[in-house]
Write a protein that binds this ligand. Sequence first.
Ligand SMILES: *Cc1c(COP(=O)(O)O)cnc(C)c1O
Length: 224
Amino acid sequence: MNAEEYKIYIDNVVRKVETARLKVSGHHIVKTVAISKYSTAADIAKLYNIGQRAFGENKVQDLKAKATELEELPLEWHFVGNLQKNKINNLLEINPTLFHALDSMELAEELQKKLEAKDMILDALLQINSAKEESKHGFMPEDASEAYARIQRECPNINLKGVMSIGAHSDDRDVIKKSFETTYEIYKNLDGATICSMGMSGDFELAIECGSNMVRLGSIMFNK
Ligand SMILES: *Cc1c(COP(=O)(O)O)cnc(C)c1O
């Protein structure tokens, strides 16, 4: 695809997001984070040139490498992957816009210590394992609200802004939908939460219809 074709292709993806959000309401705004984990810095620059500003990675070392290489561009970096405790300092050095995957109380406590020592505040989302899958990280739906309140109470350097979830791994649309509804139900009852991050390339329209206001699009944005 040349630059012109790529722009038309992306316009079409944007239109799909628009169509889905308008089904919810004209006031329902959805932000797209382009997940660049399978893409190069050059690919990111191409997408930036047609208007995309927010990008996300799932490995700290990749985030660091790409953020450094593209330093001169005014990009917004999100971190969406599982964060190992020994990588916390490396992540904080990059000072990401939003950490989507706060997935355990131990991680929250460790993050709090490191943030306090550096006198930093990190915006974060509580990850919910809404379909209770063995292969996924995150809080169980029944524990999520209490964990959210506890982190708000005990971790003053973590600024919780909402929740993140990955749709159920299934071919059954109803099963995926149920997992999004579970997350949305928790989200809407949280005190002060404004971000509900759910929906990837294969299921973002459904996620938006279930209330998502932040989609994480990888393969579809980079046409991989
Ligand atoms: C890779 C990834 C995405 C994007 O996945 P696609 O299916 O390529 O859109 C979104 N969220 C997380 C947490 C990811 O790891």
